[in-house]
Design a protein around this ligand. Structure first.
Ligand code: 5RP
Ligand code: MG
Length: 217
């Protein structure tokens, strides 16, 4: 299946985020309320985006760490389709989110954000707990410190796919990076700055889609 394209709205105000999505919303598969936007505006961006895009997948990237079901009720209640949990959260927190997601029915789901030193034992325990989606993340700070995509990343992504996870890839992705992942059944690519800060965000979003189509037809 062809990977989806997700735009991360890591804007610092709701008005900026709405201005950004207005230009590209129709060609994007998943709209993310970025962690930075959540910190600035709470869950209001999720409510506004749901009102504007009733049929789109909307992700609340809160990177939750505790109080799983309480956070999930707020994210899903506001209209999110998916929400994120940080990989160092405990299994009961992840399960609390997932059980709440399933209680809403439909496509509601929880994605695990992979940062830092998670292990394969953790990955097996996520699977056993029923979680199916992971976000393989090169952090913004690691990227700023010079970390590029390498063989180690690709091997881990391949193993996560083999384990049956639906894998999303993100972290300063550029159009040129997409081909690095061509041998894997990636579920979704997230781009934030490469789309929002482009001279033509619409042109950039289309170029990402065309590049994805080249390798996953
Ligand atoms: C950072 C994030 C970002 O939303 C994600 O990395 C996509 O943004 P960008 O393409 O600008 O890196 O969750 O923690
Ligand atoms: Mg994000």
């Amino acid at each position: 299946m062809k990977p989806k394209l997700q735009v991360a709205l890591d804007n610092t105000s709701l008005s900026d985020a709405l201005e950004a999505i207005r230009e590209i919303g129709d060609i994007i598969d998943v709209i993310e309320v970025g962690t930075i936007l959540h910190v600035a505006e709470g869950l209001e961006p999720v409510r506004c985006l749901r009102a504007l895009y009733p049929d789109k997948i909307i992700l609340a990237d809160i990177k939750g760490a505790d109080a799983g079901s309480l956070l999930a009720k707020q994210c899903f209640g506001a209209g999110a389709t998916w929400m994120t949990v940080i990989c160092c959260a405990e299994i009961p927190t992840m399960k609390g989110m997932l059980d709440t997601a399933k209680s809403y029915g439909g496509e509601k789901d929880v994605q695990i954000e992979l940062y830092g030193d998670w292990t394969w034992e953790h990955a097996r325990s996520w699977k056993e707990a029923g979680l199916t989606q992971v976000v393989y993340h090169r952090s913004r700070d690691a990227q700023a410190a010079g970390k590029s995509w390498g063989r180690n990343d690709l091997e881990k992504i391949g193993e996560l796919c083999n384990m049956g996870f639906d894998v999303t890839v993100t972290g300063g992705l550029t159009i040129e990076d997409i081909k690095l992942f061509k041998d894997y059944p990636i579920g979704c690519f997230i781009a934030g700055r490469s789309i929002r800060d482009a001279e033509s965000p619409r042109g950039a979003a289309k170029a990402f889609k065309e590049e994805i189509s080249k390798y996953w037809g």
